[in-house]
Design a protein around this ligand. Sequence first.
Ligand code: GRF
Length: 188
Amino acid sequence: MSKLKAAVFASGAGSNFQAIIEARDLACEIVLLICDKQNAGVIEIAKKHQISTFVFNAKEFASKQAYEEKIISELRKKEVSWIFLAGYMRIVGSTLLQAFPGKIVNIHPSLLPNFPGKDAIAQAYQAGVNKTGVTVHYIDEGIDTGPIIAQESVAVFSKDTEEALKKKIQEVEHQLYPSVINQLLQTK
Ligand code: GRF
């Protein structure tokens, strides 16, 4: 039986994208990278792994609806059924949400509902918490507000620099995301 097809949406360096595509025994095939930043590092990773990319500039479209319709047509061409956001720095709109109900998942570097939005690691570090972590959740129209699928905590020690904390969180992300993807696909 051929594997389900999925796309990753990313805007940045792409370490989570890389962890997903290099994961052993991933239950789906990543057939497309969607990226909104021309020079994002993640594009190079896709090229290296011969994964198709669709790179767009939101400013060239009249509206969020217009660029999301274009994205949907790219996803349909590749027969994508799941979408995994990995550092995609845009709020997903109703056009995409309605086209893929219950099939869009995100990873966020905090224990939601704590520290939603940008710079979650810095927010947690500056707040002086002794525990933060990683959340994988479904997407809704809010910012990091959709139903939580899985969380893993990361201890913050007083000797930790912000950089060290970021590294610990990324290590957790790179294990957690592929494993949650597999759990999701096995139960659906
Ligand atoms: C990750 O920390 C992810 O949780 C957040 O954005 C970051 C992306 O990093 N949503 P990378 O591009 O995968 O390295």
